[in-house]
Design a protein around this ligand. Sequence first.
Ligand SMILES: [Zn+2]
Length: 101
Amino acid sequence: MNGNSQSHQGMQQNPHSSNGQGPAPKRKVYVRKKVCKFCADRNIKIDYKDIGLLKQFTTEAGKILARRITGTCATHQRKLTSAVKIARTMALMPFTSGHTV
Ligand SMILES: [Zn+2]
């Protein structure tokens, strides 16, 4: 005789029906909106001698990254660009290959 009384399948009702709302961000990270690095940190100074800093905004080839990629604002991007150009002239940074000046 089959005494199968272990079929408890009536527990499929989920009281938590919060589906369709997407992920709820509990921690607010400031990644969503790109803020200019130099505006966020006023202590950072754009200096053509600061190669380590400039390299963060250039490719390995020495190309200056676009503003929308780095999130740098127009003012600082401009300063950055001139700093990179000076650094190139001072042979601190590589020129873009195939780019003749
Ligand atoms: Zn800025």
